[in-house]
Write a protein that binds this ligand. Structure first.
Ligand code: TXA
Ligand code: MG
Length: 330
């Protein structure tokens, strides 16, 4: 059932978590589907609901950096400094797991754990009220677009669990994931915390654009090529070939071009009329990220048979957005 984010709902959701139920809640990135991280049966309920393979580990959310780092082993100064700089906020750290600190399902039986301290007040209130570390992947069916609103969660997973609605999320794309288990920091998934911001904390390798085929063993299991994808084909195109690409996808699918959706950067759009829907996103990477998933969801809901997306600038500030678009288009 869907509840507004007030004190009473948060208390109710916390009790449900403690009992072992799953709860969907907002974070500053996307909505998560959470369960108590210390209980196998609870965590398995998330995987069942999402249709997520058991080999894909989940991020654990904690109220404080101390609580998050306590789940890990061999935490060094660099990790404490990263925590101090970016938490609460959209950074996930992969660290060696402290054996037995969470249910084995959370880490998919692996030797590392992904932890983060969310900044969203509702996520924080839920962590405080439950007093538990919460394992939470994004609250969507496995491989689909992450939810940035409660409607998106409901569309993907229904509501036979508590869903706390606090409106649209602030960042709109998932957290930056950094593997801090070795000498060099490795960016496994790009996000709002950029490589440039991380560079002050040590040498950084960005494998965020590594696209892994399903038969390989990926470093972050989420780097499967078909992650973050709408149900329909997504095609990236330059401004001048948008109409042509739309016409081509329509003809490939034996349909009229009016069934093709478009996502374009803010600017004149007169020549692009005649598509099922044209979504216009801001020419600013932060605002674009905030609106991207909602635009994809709206086009899906409007019945688009394909989505043509205008290529975004090549500048580093657009790296996370480019990454999500590339994955969606595979
Ligand atoms: O912003 C976010 O990170 C959101 C909110 C809800 O916190 N969560 C999220 O979770 O995006 P999920 O499960 O959709 O994506 C987490 C990614 C997956 O690709 C998973 O494979 C990877 O993190 N991951 C989790 N634990 C890991 C670990 N120990 N080592 C490497 N990758 C890990
Ligand atoms: Mg996800």
């Amino acid at each position: 059932m869907r509840l507004n984010a007030d004190e009473a709902s948060i208390a109710r959701a916390a009790e449900a978590l403690i009992r072992g139920e799953i709860v969907a809640f907002p974070t500053e990135t996307v909505y998560g589907l959470g369960a108590r991280a210390d209980d196998s049966a609870s965590v398995r309920r998330i995987y069942e609901k999402k249709g997520r393979p058991a080999e894909n580990p989940s991020i654990v959310h904690c109220l404080t950096a101390d609580a998050a780092l306590a789940l890990a082993a061999n935490v060094g100064d660099r990790e404490r400094e990263l925590a101090r700089a970016f938490w609460p906020g959209p950074l996930t750290l992969v660290l060696p797991v402290s054996p037995g600190s969470v249910a084995p399902e959370v880490t998919a039986g692996g030797s590392t754990i992904a932890v983060r301290v969310p900044a969203h007040p509702v996520a924080r209130a839920l962590l405080a009220a439950s007093g538990l570390p919460i394992a939470a992947p994004s609250a969507n069916r496995s491989t689909r677009i992450s939810p940035t609103t409660a409607d998106h969660v409901e569309k993907s997973l229904g509501t036979d669990f508590i869903l706390i609605d606090a409106g649209p999320t602030g960042f709109g794309i998932e957290s930056t994931i950094v593997d801090a288990t070795a000498e060099r920091l490795v960016v496994l998934r790009r996000g709002s915390v950029t490589v440039a911001e991380l560079a002050g904390f040590g040498e950084v390798i960005d494998v965020g654009d590594e696209i892994v085929s399903a038969s390989e063993r990926p470093r972050a299991p989420g780097s499967f090529a078909r992650h973050y994808a709408p149900r329909v084909p997504v095609i990236l195109a330059g401004r001048t070939s948008l109409s042509e690409e739309a016409a081509q996808s329509a003809s490939t699918l034996n349909a009229g071009v009016e069934h093709v959706g478009l996502i374009v950067l803010d600017g004149p759009t007169a020549e692009l009329r005649g598509h099922v829907r044209t979504e216009v996103l801001p020419r600013d990477p932060v605002a674009y990220a905030r609106g991207l998933y909602a635009a994809l969801h709206r086009l899906e809901d409007a019945g688009a048979i394909a989505i043509v997306v205008e290529r975004v600038p090549a500048a580093p500030a657009w790296a996370a957005v480019r990454d999500r678009l590339t994955r969606a288009s595979r």
